[in-house]
Design a protein around this ligand. Structure first.
Ligand SMILES: [Zn+2]
Length: 80
């Protein structure tokens, strides 16, 4: 008998729980602007944003998003 959607959801939740302090792409993207800004300013990264850094190391989609954002921020910075 194939797994029901609910069973699959539960399995996925268990898998995600084992990966300590990992965030989803959605959470990553929500924090990305703040993260990029702190990086740009050379500030130390907030504890809460370290998960973003970790996520960017493993997720190429979000990394592309981050790089695009970084380029935009640097361009704004150059205008001064
Ligand atoms: Zn991602």
């Amino acid at each position: 008998m194939p797994l029901s959607k609910l069973e699959i959801d539960n399995l996925l939740r268990l898998v995600s729980l084992t990966e300590d302090s990992e965030i989803t792409c959605e959470q990553c993207l929500a924090l990305l602007a703040e993260f990029a800004q702190q990086k740009l300013n050379g500030k130390s990264i907030d504890e809460g944003l370290k998960t973003v850094e970790q996520h960017l190391e493993v997720c190429s989609e979000c990394r592309e998003e981050y790089e695009a954002l970084q380029r935009t921020l640097y361009q704004i910075d150059d205008d001064d």
